[in-house]
Design a protein around this ligand. Structure first.
Ligand SMILES: NC(=O)c1ccc[n+]([C@@H]2O[C@H](COP(=O)([O-])OP(=O)(O)OC[C@H]3O[C@@H](n4cnc5c(N)ncnc54)[C@H](OP(=O)(O)O)[C@@H]3O)[C@@H](O)[C@H]2O)c1
Length: 279
């Protein structure tokens, strides 16, 4: 489906909707992956930190979908930042996933105070030049982190994966990323189903468009030029979260969801996370 594809700043195609697999347990993975592939997903977002790279790799292998049709993202964990460690870590990560390349490899957190993200990224640039990663990028980078990174390195990050949802719309960072052709992927796009999907504004729109609240929120992200990686282990929800390409939100409805912004983060603050603080 053409509408499902976002062309990254190096021309590499990335599906706009991927399955986030944080908190999908090993024993739940095969069912989730099968449901996702059946629904049309080809992108999967994991990380060493999620402790399920092996399970994801096994489930994908079992599906027999050709590797070149899949888009696999993983992330460099904080404790492995540093030039040599990044190369070693990447090798371990692709071994876990049972693949010889990643479509996208991201720095998980800047951990700026530890001073290693630039050399970590330089190692990723080397892996990218060698063709072992199709695109490289970052997660949880604020504007000042991106400026520092881009001043010291060659390859503009293809992606910045950040917390975004209607209560925390990150408008300024989104505009900065848009202006540098850095694709924003929303993590926690559904605000982890902590109340957002019951907001009046969302349920009324769901009724009017004959879609579900989750579909309204995901479509709102796409309208803002973002990619999304909703997590679900539930087959019906996995299907529902992909079924968002048959409608468009009107501008006034997008603005109504925008008005839910409270600049309220649910997850960790990227300026506070340091190597070793997240377990
Ligand atoms: N880079 C980073 O630092 C970072 C941080 C956090 C997350 N992420 C990535 O982003 C992905 C998504 O974020 P997230 O897992 O934090 O939150 P999320 O996708 O906003 O929410 C997941 C929660 O919403 C529920 N849900 C999913 N679809 C639903 C639907 N259609 N209706 C109602 N409830 C629904 C899920 O329940 P069930 O599973 O029970 O169905 C789960 O409890 C993660 O899996 C991970 O890949 C990245």
């Amino acid at each position: 489906m053409i509408e499902d594809i976002y062309y990254l700043n190096n021309g590499y195609p990335m599906p706009k909707v991927g399955l986030g697999v944080y908190k999908i347990a090993e024993e739940e993975m095969e069912q989730a992956v099968t449901a996702a592939l059946d629904a049309g997903y080809r992108a999967f977002d994991t990380a060493y930190f999620y402790k399920n790279e092996i399970a994801l790799g096994n489930a994908l292998k079992k599906s027999e979908v050709p590797r070149e049709d899949l888009f696999i993202t993983s992330k460099l964990w904080n404790d492995y930042q540093g030039y040599n460690q990044t190369i070693e870590f990447f090798t371990k990560s692709i071994e876990n996933l049972g693949t010889d390349y990643l479509d996208l490899f991201l720095i998980h957190w800047p951990c700026e105070a530890d001073g290693l993200f630039i050399e970590s990224y330089k190692a990723m640039e080397k892996l990218y030049e060698e063709g072992r990663i199709r695109a490289i990028g970052v997660c949880n980078f604020n504007q000042h982190h991106l400026e520092k990174l881009m001043e010291a390195t060659e390859v503009v990050p293809a992606v910045n994966q950040i917390e975004v949802h209607p209560n925390f719309n990150q408008q300024a960072l989104q505009e900065y990323c848009d202006s540098h052709d850095i694709a924003v992927t929303a993590w926690m796009p559904l605000m982890r189903n902590r109340g957002l999907l019951e907001y009046d504004v969302i349920t009324k729109l769901a009724e009017r468009y004959n879609k579900t609240p989750a579909q309204i929120v995901l479509r709102w992200h796409l309208a803002h030029n973002r990619l999304v990686i909703p997590k679900s282990k539930t087959p019906e929800r996995i299907k529902e979260n992909y079924d968002i390409f048959d409608f468009n939100l009107e501008l006034t409805d997008i603005a109504e969801i925008d008005s839910l912004n409270k600049d309220e983060r649910q997850g960790n603050d990227p300026d506070k996370v340091r190597i070793g603080t997240l377990k």
